[in-house]
Design a protein around this ligand. Structure first.
Ligand code: AMP
Ligand code: MG
Length: 418
């Protein structure tokens, strides 16, 4: 008898997965290795930035009061008493009508309170003249204007991107406290599967899901352990799943979660005593996506259909992995766009359509990326986003305002809003 499964809304499914995530420990790693990791503690300014008043330009450091009354008819002359390159400190302060030639980034000498840009001067004898008065603090880059000592600049849970690296380096973090990364296991199931390097024979197809998921993990900087491919055999699959669960922090399987005669994942979950969080989601593709939990480990049973597999990973596995690392923005960013062509099929479930977004004179337009059934592989290759079409009895017409989920974005958002 075919089991009747009750579909749950996508939002509920995402929440269930996230509620069962066990966060990983933290570790201290060198700054050079920190790109792509998640901060385990906030970045608090260890000192003011910049740490001293400095010149934002190449020019001359002057006392602004000496420039009072300067005009085209009344050029005021300054004597240059020396030069301050970036990294150097002036020998002494300046006196009336004196100046230093100063370079970008150099410390402002004592008594100076303005910088005259090179282009605003005319050379003259032992110095230069200017034709306009300067205000106190004009062209000074102030100590602490960027960040003040003690300020919380970046929250714990933030992804470390190149800008974060710059900030960490600024404060001398040679080592950084980050969350550990999980190791994901990948197992592709299906008697019909061939390796990538094998010739096609009747009835068989090459395993595209395994390499695809490897790449989806790689895009997140997450390491994996591959358990290859297995034929649909309950005992063999159970054995490998058990082994994989011992060696990894989460397991991603593809195939075998439907209600066909050879779909053994449900039986494997039962044998292992894993708690199934859901086995039917009100979405297309991937309604059979199943997530189970055993101890503190999540088992993602993704559909074998490539589009469904891809979407299941992006919707459920990716945010769960990010949450394991306590990333505070684990969800794909969303934007509004106009639908690029009619989508006539009615949707009993929320539909996720692989699509291409582009900027046009009419605004952002997202167009389905071709053949779009759950078994499609070509549209995943073409797509750069996923259109979300809420369930409904009618199709959607070209030009309708729709939501689009962005793929491959380094930084996500903190809430699942669909
Ligand atoms: P299943 O989820 O096992 O019912 O498989 C659904 C469909 O996806 C079937 O047509 C399978 O042949 C296909 N499929 C299963 N696994 C893979 C895979 N690793 N790569 C490509 N297609 C697959
Ligand atoms: Mg199968």
């Amino acid at each position: 008898m075919v089991e009747i499964r009750k579909p749950i809304p996508v939002k509920e499914a995402v929440q269930l997965v996230m509620d069962h995530v066990e966060p990983l420990q933290t570790e201290i790693i060198p700054l050079e290795k920190a790109y792509g990791r998640v901060l385990a503690e906030p970045i608090i300014a260890k000192h003011d930035v910049p740490p001293f008043d400095r010149s934002p330009y190449d020019g001359f450091a002057i006392r602004s009061e000496d420039s009072t009354g300067a005009s085209g008819d009344n050029r005021i002359a300054f004597k240059v008493i020396g030069e301050i390159g970036a990294g150097y400190v002036a020998e002494r302060g300046i006196k009336k009508h004196e100046s230093y030639r100063i370079m970008t980034g150099a410390l402002i000498p004592e008594n100076a309170d303005a910088v005259v840009m090179l282009e605003q001067t005319k050379e003259d004898g032992e110095g230069f003249t200017i034709r306009k008065p300067f205000l106190k603090n004009e062209n000074i880059s102030f100590r602490g204007e960027d960040a003040q000592q003690g300020e919380v600049l970046i929250e714990a849970g933030s992804l470390i991107h190149p800008g974060t690296i710059a900030l960490l380096a600024t404060f001398g973090y040679a080592e950084v406290n980050v969350s550990k990364q999980p190791i994901a296991g990948i197992l592709s199931t299906g008697t019909e599967l061939l390796r990538v390097d094998e010739e096609l024979v009747p009835g068989k197809i090459r395993n595209s899901n395994g390499p695809m998921i490897t790449a989806q993990l790689a895009r997140m900087g997450i390491a994996h352990r591959s358990y290859g491919m297995l034929i649909d055999d309950l005992d063999a699959c159970t054995e490998v799943v058990e082994k994989a669960l011992k060696e990894t922090d989460l397991l991603i399987t593809t195939g075998g979660v439907s209600v066909g005669d050879y779909d053994y994942l449900p039986a494997i979950y039962e044998r292992l005593g894993a708690k199934v969080l859901f086995n039917k989601v009100a979405m297309r593709p991937g309604s059979v996506t199943t997530v189970a939990v055993l101890g503190n480990k999540l088992l993602f049973g993704l559909s074998g259909n490539p589009s469904a597999c891809f979407t299941g990973f992006e919707l459920f596995t990716r945010p769960a992995i990010l949450r394991m690392m306590k990333n505070n923005a684990p969800y794909m960013p969303r934007m509004r766009a106009k639908l690029g062509e009619d989508f006539t099929k009615p949707n009993p479930f929320t539909r996720f359509v692989r699509a291409i977004w582009e900027m046009t004179p009419e605004g952002i337009v997202a167009t389905p990326a071709g053949f779009n059934k759950s078994n499609a592989v070509s549209s995943i290759a073409r797509g750069n986003c996923i259109i979300v079409l809420p369930s409904g009895t009618r199709g959607y017409t070209k030009g309708t305002d729709i939501d689009v989920l962005l793929l491959g974005s380094e930084q996500g958002v903190s809430e699942w809003t669909l």
